[in-house]
Design a protein around this ligand. Structure first.
Ligand code: ATP
Ligand code: MG
Length: 462
């Protein structure tokens, strides 16, 4: 149970001590629960160390079972007074959005991302990955964790609802509290403001506005030396000095294992499913009887958080076993997102369509053609089923699909790059293929390619 709020204490050390004693733990016991040394806990409580690493902070907060408010309070207490917003810093900066629930997993990604931001070498960090993989959720956590490193804090700009790239400056100005000024353009006002501010500017969901985001970000980074940009986008912004950080799906149980329920419950994808299922069916629990089915659901949804959330709400009316049985039609099953979620994320189909609709018609055709490969493919195989069988055009197309988060690159056993579609994306692309005029030609081309590969492999055996 979360510890109740107590009489106010200030400073990280005293606050940590208060939470520990409220939980009835010795320093040793807390250290053991958190997987830290007793010395680390003692140093923090005594103020020998005042700025714990974000990962350490999470371990402590988890071990103390703190709620979101208490976590935020503890994080705020770790901020050195020099980084508390100065009187000259903007008062109107929009507050960071408050997440609906605590983050599951992502310890490693947070550590990597924090290290990159704090290295001093990265001024544009872009979190990339397929729709619903958790880029925005991770960016939010990262912004909350690192905002205190910037004297002017962090500003969060939600770009998803904007359709016109020309409106990007207005969105950024809005988040910074900058008003229109008759004497200068919005871009000039933003530049003037940022050239003195030490700020983390979070640009969330850039993929559909690249034409507006690219020149503006390049311009601001070139003129505002203290500015750091954290972007989320299904694909890269493709700017100089951009540091990419691909966000992987949530970790899944290893295949072929039948681990204990307790260890399964700690695996992030399963943990997320159980938490979201319990939100709609409070009696739901992971048991020996249903753990295998829950693990299968998460694996067949490729560990994609959005898909897992949409599946978990079905627990209101289905058992895990009956959910597994319906997973063949994922896109029809995963359709009941919350009404306050963005339309893009209320169904899995909408999440995929968002990227699909940003592709050229040529690349959309390639995407549906590539759905014929069930277990991934090489560039050469892709060219064999693509229109015109052109290797370079296919390569451009594959890059566009990777940038849209619609294909992932995996290294084959022979070291050759291979590409694959998440199963949910493939189901979408197969539907598109079936509805197009390409289906017969593509299936025939695929069969020819398979025969050629088998013949070639056979020749090597002799
Ligand atoms: N690590 C996580 N812990 C808890 N919930 C998560 C996590 N990652 C993602 N989610 C949830 O999954 C859903 C999708 O996540 P998010 O919006 O961050 O995806 P995204 O990659 O930004 O997608 P898009 O490309 O559509 O913007 C959200 O409801 C989010 O809260
Ligand atoms: Mg997002």
């Amino acid at each position: 149970m979360a510890a109740p709020h107590h009489q106010e204490v200030s400073g990280f050390g005293p606050l940590l001590r208060q939470h520990r004693t409220t939980a009835g733990l010795s320093q040793e016991a807390l250290a053991e629960r958190a997987g830290l040394s007793t010395r680390a806990v003692s140093d923090l409580e005594r103020g020998v160390k005042t700025r714990p690493h974000p990962a350490t902070m999470r371990l402590l907060a988890d071990a103390l079972d703190l709620d979101l408010g208490q976590r935020a309070e503890l994080a705020a207490a770790s901020r050195p007074s020099a980084t508390v917003p100065s009187p000259s810093s903007p008062q109107e900066l929009a507050a960071l959005p408050v997440p609906h629930a605590s983050i599951v997993g992502r310890t490693q990604e947070l550590v990597t991302a924090c290290d990159l931001l704090r290295s001093g070498n990265v001024r544009l960090l872009t979190l990339t990955g397929p729709g619903g993989v958790g880029k925005t959720r991770l960016a939010l956590e990262l912004a909350q964790t690192t905002a205190s490193d910037y004297s002017s804090g962090a500003a969060f700009v939600e770009l998803a609802p904007i359709a016109n790239p020309d409106l990007v400056p207005a969105a950024i100005a809005g988040a910074l509290g900058i008003r229109e000024d008759r004497d200068r353009s919005l871009i000039e006002s933003i530049r003037e403001r940022l050239c003195t501010d030490r700020l983390l500017l979070v640009l969330d969901n850039c993929e559909h506005l690249l034409a507006g985001v690219q020149p503006l970000v390049a311009n601001l980074l070139g003129s505002a030396p203290e500015l750091t940009v954290l972007a989320t986008s299904r694909g890269p912004l493709r700017l100089r000095h951009e540091q990419l950080l691909p966000v992987p799906p949530l970790a899944l149980p290893g295949r072929g294992h039948a681990p204990q329920v307790e260890s399964l419950a700690a695996i992030p994808a399963i943990d997320l499913f159980v938490q979201r299922a319990q939100a709609v069916a409070p009696d739901f629990a992971l048991t020996r009887a249903n753990a295998g089915d829950v693990a299968e659901i998460c694996a067949r949804l490729d560990g994609l958080p959005l898909a897992i959330e949409l599946a978990a709400v079905r627990i209101r009316s289905l058992s895990p076993a009956s959910l597994v049985a319906l997973l063949g039609a994922r896109l029809r099953l995963l359709t009941t997102g919350p009404h306050d979620a963005p339309a893009r994320q209320r169904t899995l189909r909408a999440a995929i369509e968002w990227s699909h609709d940003l592709l050229s018609s040529e690349h959309q055709a390639l995407m549906r053609r590539l759905a014929v490969f069930a277990g991934g493919f090489t560039l050469e195989s892709a060219a064999a089923v693509s229109k015109g069988d052109d290797l370079f055009a296919t390569l451009d197309g594959i890059e566009a699909l990777v940038d849209g988060g619609l294909l992932t690159r995996v290294d084959g056993i022979d070291g050759q790059p291979r590409y694959g579609m998440l199963e949910t994306v493939r189901e979408f692309a197969l539907e598109e293929l079936a509805a197009s005029d390409d289906a017969t030609i593509v299936h025939a081309a695929h069969a020819r390619r398979q025969i050629a590969l088998v013949t070639e492999a056979g020749a090597h055996l002799h």
